[in-house]
Design a protein around this ligand. Structure first.
Ligand code: BES
Ligand code: MN
Ligand code: ZN
Length: 493
């Protein structure tokens, strides 16, 4: 989608195409809606009094060809109390305006935004962009009238140059989120570990350094835990190591992603119903890849490492069995009770490798790790676990600021009992009680005391219905925004 910022002509609102303006509860017209009202001889005000519309949050009202502006179609977007208007609200406004008018037939959508700040105008454009995400690569017969017609969003503002400047970083962010959403949306026959690695390697021209380790190299490093998971797959497991060096000689900060390109469960095979969802079991790696994309895109002044553990979990004559014992790179042995608890096995070696090689200030891992996190937090929160309160606080603050909510859960030492093995140092499942917590406790065995946080994004990496305007059904890119924000606010001078 194209974004343009243009100088608003308040006396003369658009005479053709799709137009959107905000209305607050009352109803009270925003400045843009007021301009349109004048040009249409009171038609906008009239429409805001029709039926139940009163400018409340979530409401919208369309009007077609009002007097004086016969060739426009208007969406009035109800925004709730005028006092609630801020950058976040502006983002929602842009997203909802796009959703309301995307298939109306016009190729351009005008957002009337006089008397708003440059930052708010930029956020409206960002919201419209996020709402426009579609993964339609494999649709060859879609009827043209089902496809969105809007290709350009024209934001009419008092100071287009300032809005454009405020939008630059957001444009990088949107591109990165789309990169992440595309990875997560791809079916697993297309996006296997080597293909994922190729797509990350292709980011090198942005200034990222990308190394890809294959199975032979990982074997040399002793990554028996990660390699065990990929053992049943025809596809070669990969470890992608991505570096952005924008922070001089500062110690790097590091992000580690679970990249299970498909999770059948392995020999502990999953039921058929819903197994297709497990193409998004690389959502953690997808988020880290998106994060590295935005870091490079906006040339962040920080040293950032991204590590992706890329494997496919398949049943096979060569696959690992329940009861197998593997030796991780850390030297700790792991009894594999359930081959479907594979994400933690992948992360065990990826985390150990990360701290061993980079000695980072901290590590954050992202993983679609447990079904239990969906049970405990529902679909709107990611689970946060950390051995470091300051890091946890930073993540929570960033998560609030970017509307990617996290909720912290504890790491009680007493629950370690649940993952004690009779024959190895640790086992990979802890039974039903506190399943997300015992998974996190397992990971903690492999961080070697490094400040660390784990984000369980099993519930938030994918949306089954489009209830958040900026996040249509499907891959969300959850994590990219909040981590980018944390880096921007805390780790760049
Ligand atoms: N990838 C799944 C977790 C998952 C479930 C992600 C639903 C997204 C949606 C993970 O590998 C898994 O299978 N976890 C098991 C662990 C259990 C065997 C201890 C689970 O949650 O059931
Ligand atoms: Mn699994
Ligand atoms: Zn999994």
């Amino acid at each position: 989608m194209r974004i343009e910022f243009v100088q608003i002509d308040r006396e003369n609102p658009p005479g053709a195409g799709a137009v959107a303006a905000a209305v607050f509860e009352g109803p009270t017209l925003s400045a843009g809606a007021g301009d349109l009202d004048k040009a249409t001889h009171g038609a906008v005000d009239h429409a805001t009094r029709a039926g139940r519309f009163n400018g409340g949050k979530g409401q919208s009202q369309e009007l077609l060809g009002p007097r004086g502006r016969e060739n426009i179609r208007v969406a009035l977007i109800g925004m709730g109390a005028a006092g609630d208007w801020n950058e976040e609200a502006a983002e929602t406004f842009g997203a909802r305006a796009y959703a309301a008018l995307k298939t109306c037939g016009s190729t351009a959508l005008a957002l009337l935004m006089p008397e708003v700040s440059a930052e708010e105008a930029a956020r409206a454009a960002f919201g419209a962009t996020l709402a426009s995400y579609r993964f339609d690569r494999y649709r060859t017969t879609e009827k043209p009238d089902k496809k969105p017609s809007v290709q350009t969003v024209v934001v009419s503002v008092d100071d287009p140059a300032a809005a454009k400047a405020a939008h630059a970083d957001l444009a990088c962010l949107a591109e990165a989120i789309f990169f992440s959403r595309d990875l997560v949306s791809e079916p697993a026959n297309i996006l296997h570990p080597e293909e994922f690695a190729r797509r990350v390697k292709a980011l090198e021209p942005m200034g990222l350094e990308v190394e890809i380790l294959g199975e032979a190299e990982m074997k040399k490093l002793g990554m028996g835990s990660l390699l065990g998971v990929g053992q049943g797959s025809r596809r070669e497991s990969q470890l992608a190591v991505i570096q952005w060096k924008g922070g001089g000689d500062a110690q790097p900060i590091a992000f580690v992603g679970k990249g299970v390109t498909f999770d059948t469960g392995g020999i502990s095979i999953k039921p058929a119903d819903g197994m297709e969802d497990m193409k998004f079991d690389m959502g953690g790696a997808g988020a880290v890849a998106g994060l590295m994309h935005v870091i490079a895109g906006r040339k962040a002044k920080a040293n950032v490492v991204g590590i992706l553990g890329l494997v496919e979990n398949m049943p096979d004559g060569d696959a690992q069995r329940p009861g197998d014992v593997v030796t991780s790179m850390s030297g700790q042995t792991i009894e594999v009770i359930n081959t479907d608890a594979e994400g933690r096995l992948v992360l065990a070696d990826a985390l150990w490798y990360c701290q061993d090689r980079f000695k980072p200030q901290f590590m954050v891992d992202l993983a679609t790790l447990t079904g239990a996190i969906i049970i405990s937090l529902g679909n709107d929160y990611g689970g946060l676990f950390s051995n470091n309160d300051a890091l946890a606080e930073n993540l929570l603050a960033a998560s609030k600021a970017e509307s990617e909510p996290l909720w912290r859960l504890p790491l009680p030492p007493a629950y370690e009992k649940q993952i004690e093995s009779a024959i190895a140092d640790v086992k990979n499942t802890g039974g039903r009680p506190a399943g997300s917590i015992t998974a996190a406790l397992f990971l903690q065995h492999f961080v070697n005391g490094t400040p660390w946080a784990h984000l369980d994004i099993a519930a938030t990496a994918w949306r089954k219905s489009g209830t958040i305007p900026t996040s249509p059904e499907g891959a969300t890119g959850f994590g990219v925004r909040l981590l980018n924000r944390m880096i921007k606010d805390r780790y760049e001078s």
